[in-house]
Design a protein around this ligand. Structure first.
Ligand code: 26W
Length: 803
């Protein structure tokens, strides 16, 4: 067993890795090389542990969790792994003693940004808890060559650049070609009888090799190490294609082309589907490779597939990996020789589905011809599942309208959510409100039939990363006040902080930590973009993907109203207030891109107007990503969680802000509802329609123009959009959108939002009151730890033991 447990040993390990992998010494090494060498040193510790974890799982015949997700938004790993392995300080010292600035070496690591937003980051947080709770688990996804695009702002507008992360990021990846799997696309089916059994074989298919690249995931204070398996695509044909006969030559070319494109790039659409065939290929590619490899390993240990479901469970992260259902059926029938009923029982009990969105434009539907031609056998199996389900529905409801609603194949489309709901043993939403909407709205008819399937698991975040690691000042204060670092394993211990709610000394220290974090952020932003923030201003932040339902535009409307108030009364007393935005827009989402441009136009106006000096600032932070969030969260004072009620499944940024002591301005949406339950009206700033009111108001016939007509302040703000700002760009298109349809009811909620902002500003003026609220937010954030959420999955869905 390797043990790199002293600074000297760490220095030696890093030196050795440098020599072996880059043929250089410390004096010659770049920060990037130091980062890679450090990663390799940590991998040495983890490798031993991974082997013993696997051995233990095999020997004890433990049930394994397979977490399938198109996205894992891992961010950086060096500091995180060092922290979990208990060598954070050792590594930092070693790097310093080797003549480097440790912080710069950590900074040299690119984010592994294999995800868009919430869903992908959630998967990454859960990996940490799965290891920490000692649950035998593996994450599965695609080893994208390019992660989510890098965002540049040019003339106020978003420009997308490729995110080439693997050059340095591959330091964490261990390719295992010997565990490759072959995945097949297209071709034709041939059936024949042999030994009284009907055989189905696929002929003339295009074959792509799936090569696993594993990333070890260390848990905190445990020797348990799981792994994230990222499948890379490679061609199975030899390079010299000139040797091939005509037919094979073409197929070989096709295989090369397919292999080259499948793992090329992460789709940057979040909450919107495009139905592109490449995306379907990606989904089947990683799902098929995963199921094949899991079944193969199961047979190696148990010799049979009959109890597969007792030893394995697939959790599917939204519907993106839903093809796991027909693929497992296919393998159990066509490869293992089971009949339909046997395969069905095993499959049904092996798969659980988490829904992450109720937006209809985000619910996956595939054109039937696409599946039919790309995956002929999978198509047959889906049709049979759909037929049997339809019979069940008919028998239960005798209602053609419900049969149509619940159909898996309908109108030339395959509805993936209905497939999951029909087959999976469990279906869960990600916050109390969201799970209610699944039960009583989105999947109400399926709920009527099988209510026992429906569960809630409110999301959680990795509090060791999102508090202890990124906010050392706060971490130390918590340790001191709660008498140790117990909260790291038992996040509910944060509650102990409540006893200091009226301790002025503690509250002052809290505000000093916040100020230091704000200064650190300001420095960071200045270095990255030249924007100079006043650390004494209120840091008021909205950072998340740009989407109309999240209502960044509502935030903008309020800022414009504040600006108008200042224009009317330049002597107006106000706390300096800095509004910060971070957001990527899907490249094809024109309205979202316009909103980014608007924020930049507004920033340009406000930041150049002398009446705003020391009062109002607006900044758009370029290229928001995990590593930026890590600097942003600890420095934030106000957290904007202002989606239209009923639209945000949960939100997880809201939890990160809360845990770092920011106060929330929010609607009763997603997990804000649970936040409100623990905080009460007095510790957050609620506003806006409730989810049921939204439904009612829309049913009555919502008319945004009426709201506009009756609210003078709002009218002036919307008119300002038409007029634009000093850069001369008009935003009449956005104004018209609000006046004509206002799908997300910004105008309706505007007055109530301004009122909440007002209450927030008043609270901020009373420093003791504010700090007290901030402390209570931190103290009560323990329920939002991913450890709690993962334990719930383990207890109620996977039925596996945990620490
Ligand atoms: C097919 C295109 C596509 C891509 C991604 C559709 C939908 C998605 C995701 C489901 C969108 C997403 O990230 N949803 C977010 O999931 C988080 C984790 O549960 C929640 O906290 C967010 O509220 C939800 O928007």
């Amino acid at each position: 067993m390797t043990s790199i447990n002293t600074v000297e040993k760490m220095k030696k390990a890093v030196r050795d890795k440098l020599k072996l992998n880059f043929g250089c010494t410390v004096d010659e090494a770049t920060e990037g090389q130091m980062m890679r060498a450090s990663a390799l040193a940590l991998r040495e510790i983890m490798a031993d542990r991974e082997i013993s974890t696997k051995r233990n799982t095999r020997e004890k015949h433990l049930r394994q969790v397979h977490y399938l997700s198109m996205e894992f938004l891992m961010g950086r790993s060096l500091m995180k792994n060092a922290y979990n392995l208990g060598v954070g300080d050792i590594l930092t010292k070693a790097l310093d003693e080797l003549g480097f600035h440790a912080a710069d070496v950590f900074e040299a690591e690119p984010d592994a940004a294999l995800g868009n937003g919430g869903l992908g980051r959630l998967a990454a947080c859960y990996l940490d808890s799965l290891s920490t709770l000692e649950i035998p688990a593996t994450g599965y996804s695609i080893c994208y060559e390019l992660g989510i695009f890098r965002q540049r702002i040019v003339d106020g507008q978003q420009v997308e650049l490729p995110d080439d992360w693997k050059e340095l990021g591959s330091a964490w990846l261990l390719p295992k070609p010997q565990e490759s799997e072959k995945v097949h696309f297209g071709g034709t089916l041939r059936r024949f009888w042999d030994n009284d059994r009907l055989h189905v074989v696929l002929e003339g298919a295009t074959e792509v090799m799936a090569v696993p690249c594993d990333m070890e995931i260390a848990g905190y204070k445990t020797n348990h190490v799981n792994c994230l398996r990222l499948w890379d695509a490679k061609s199975t044909t030899p390079l010299d294609m000139s040797l091939f006969s005509q037919g094979e030559y073409l197929r070989a070319t096709e295989q090369h082309a397919m292999a080259e494109t499948i793992a090329k790039v992460l789709y940057p659409e979040d909450n919107h589907i495009e139905g592109k065939s490449l995306r379907l290929k990606q989904q089947y590619f990683f799902v098929s490779a995963t199921v094949q490899s899991v079944v193969r390993k199961h047979i190696e240990v148990y010799g049979t597939v009959m109890d597969f479901h007792k030893k394995n469970v697939f959790q599917i992260n939204d519907t993106h990996p839903a093809l796991v259902i027909p693929e497992l059926m296919r393998i159990l029938m066509d490869d293992a020789g089971l009949n339909w009923d046997e395969a069905w029982e095993i499959t049904r009990q092996s798969v659980a589905y988490t829904n992450h969105t109720v937006l209809s434009e985000a619910l996956e539907r595939w054109p039937q011809e696409l599946i039919q031609s790309l995956l002929p056998r999978i198509w047959e199996i889906i049709v049979e599942i759909a037929r049997r389900y339809q019979d069940q529905v008919d028998e239960f409801y005798h209602d053609p309208a419900k049969t149509a609603e619940m159909a898996i194949v309908w109108d030339g489309q395959v509805r993936m959510a209905n497939l999951c709901v029909a087959v999976c043993m469990a279906v869960n939403g990600v916050s109390a409100l969201h799970s209610d909407i699944l039960r009583h709205d989105l999947f109400k008819d399926a709920y009527g039939m099988t209510p026992e399937k429906f569960q809630n698991v409110t999301n959680g975040i990795d509090h060791r990363r999102w508090l202890s690691e990124i906010n050392p000042g706060l971490n130390h204060l918590i340790i001191e006040l709660t008498g140790g670092d117990g909260y790291l394993m038992h996040p509910l211990e944060l509650k102990k902080l409540e006893q200091f709610a009226d301790d002025h000394n503690v509250l002052d220290r809290l505000s000093v930590i916040k100020l230091e974090n704000k200064e650190r952020l300001a420095k960071h932003i200045k270095r990255a973009s030249g924007v100079v923030l006043d650390p004494n201003a209120i840091f008021d932040v909205q950072s998340k993907r740009l989407h109309e339902y999240k209502r960044q535009l509502l935030n903008v409307l309020h800022i414009i109203a504040l600006y108008h108030a200042l224009q009317d009364d330049p002597g107006m007393e106000m706390r300096p207030h800095a509004f910060l935005f971070g957001a990527k827009a899907a490249p094809g989402y024109a309205v979202a891109k316009r909103i980014i441009r608007l924020i930049n136009s507004l920033a340009d106006q406000v930041n150049h107007d002398p009446i705003c000096k020391d009062k109002l600032q607006v900044a758009f932070l370029e290229n928001y990503r995990v590593s930026m969030a890590e600097v942003l969260m600890p420095a934030s004072e106000v957290s904007q969680q202002i989606s239209l009620a009923g639209k945000e499944a949960s939100g997880t940024g809201n939890m990160k802000f809360m845990m770092n002591g920011a106060l929330t301005i929010g609607t009763l949406d997603g997990a804000n509802v649970e936040m409100h339950e623990v905080l009460g009206d007095e510790n957050m700033f609620l506003f806006g329609l409730h989810a049921d009111e939204v439904v009612r108001r829309k049913a009555e016939g919502y008319m945004p123009q009426m709201v506009y007509a009756h609210d003078e302040k709002l009218r002036r703000v919307v008119d300002q959009l038409k007029f634009g700002f000093r850069d001369g760009v008009s935003y009449d298109d956005l104004a018209q959108r609000l006046l004509m349809s206002d799908e997300y009811m910004l105008l309706e909620d505007f007055a109530s939002y301004c009122d909440a902002e007002q209450r927030m500003a008043e609270a901020y003026a009373d420093r003791d009151r504010w700090n007290r609220m901030s402390l209570l937010n931190i103290a009560r954030s323990g329920i939002f730890a991913a450890d709690r959420a993962v334990a719930e999955y383990a207890d109620n869905i996977w039925h596996v033991d945990h620490r």
